[in-house]
Design a protein around this ligand. Structure first.
Ligand SMILES: CC(C)=CC(=O)SCCNC(=O)CCNC(=O)[C@H](O)C(C)(C)COP(=O)(O)OP(=O)(O)OC[C@H]1O[C@@H](n2cnc3c(N)ncnc32)[C@H](O)[C@@H]1OP(=O)(O)O
Length: 257
């Protein structure tokens, strides 16, 4: 597939998607989201890929949904088209996705980063849900994922005032997993992705699934789910290999089976 708004690369066992609409600060239009989904489809189908990194430019991860594309839309068009269903696919993927965020992650940009499994942010990153300034509200998960990530008080503050928070506040609030110097963002994100890709893929996918379950079910149901998943991993060769490698004081050689 020929991509126009993203750059798609493979680095070892890591798939890298770079948002590439610099003239519009990576504003997220339908084409770009389609291309992100197509690139992830390819990485999900590729047995050689164990982790995905999604990134933007130094100035902007993404400055939100494309306001110029949305501006003229009517209620029936917006409601019937339901284009954010396409965006939501990104949050339902099986392989882990790391958001490597520098610069602005605003509106849909912040929502896109939150659809990923965790965020590694550069020290110049800024997060916000400024849709209120445009007379609307977040529409791609901002009121839901942000509230789960940072709690009601801060989510209300950000969504109602439309202000941006810097990366230190974002990390303290629990939105960001790690802050790194801008110049080291991709190296650090790739290091984390390489570490994940070197694990047994079934255990990685199941860990991701189990953590995400915590947001959907009661504690008891979640604990039961985790124990079933834990037990099932004893049916894999990788469990035998992982535990044998520990007792033999060597590195495990996982075969994803
Ligand atoms: C997902 C849902 C439901 C909703 C949304 O996401 S709504 C969008 C939310 N995001 C925003 O409201 C942020 C809009 N952008 C800005 O406030 C500013 O661009 C900035 C603070 C991020 C950066 O300001 P700066 O002065 O450094 O840069 P600009 O000159 O303003 O922008 C450069 C260039 O990019 C275009 N741009 C920026 N953001 C968007 C966007 N979200 N949609 C479309 N285009 C965008 C901006 O218009 C300018 O291009 P032109 O000079 O050709 O107009």
């Amino acid at each position: 597939m020929a991509y126009e708004t993203v750059i798609v690369e493979v680095k070892g066992k890591v798939g890298v998607i770079t948002l590439n609409r610099p003239q519009a600060l990576n504003a997220l239009n339908g084409q770009l989201i389609g291309e992100v989904n197509a690139a992830i489809d390819g990485f999900e189908a590729d047995a050689g890929i164990g982790c995905i990194v999604l990134t933007g430019s130094e100035k902007a991860f993404a400055a939100g949904a494309d306001i110029k594309e949305m501006q003229g839309r009517t209620f029936p068009e917006t409601y019937l088209d339901d284009k954010f269903e396409t965006w939501d696919r990104i949050g339902r993927r099986r392989k882990p996705i790391i958001a490597a965020v520098a610069g602005f992650a605003l509106g849909g940009g912040c929502e896109l980063a939150m659809m990923c499994d965790f965020i590694i942010a550069a020290d110049n990153a800024k997060f916000g849900q400024p849709e209120i300034n445009l007379g609307v509200i977040p529409g791609a998960g901002g009121t839901q994922r942000l509230t789960r990530a940072i709690g009601k008080a801060k989510a209300m503050d950000l969504c109602l005032t439309g202000r941006m928070m810097d990366v230190v506040e974002a990390e303290r609030a629990g939105l960001v997993a790690r802050i790194v110097p801008l110049a080291e963002l991709m190296a650090e994100a790739l290091k984390a992705a390489d570490a994940i890709a070197a694990k047994s893929l079934p255990s990685v996918l199941m860990a991701k699934e189990s953590i995400n379950r915590a947001f959907e079910v009661t504690l008891n149901e979640g604990l039961r789910f985790e124990r079933r998943i834990f037990s099932s991993l004893f049916a894999t060769q990788d469990q035998k290999e992982g535990m044998a490698a520990f007792t033999e004081k060597r590195k495990p050689d996982f075969k994803n089976g």
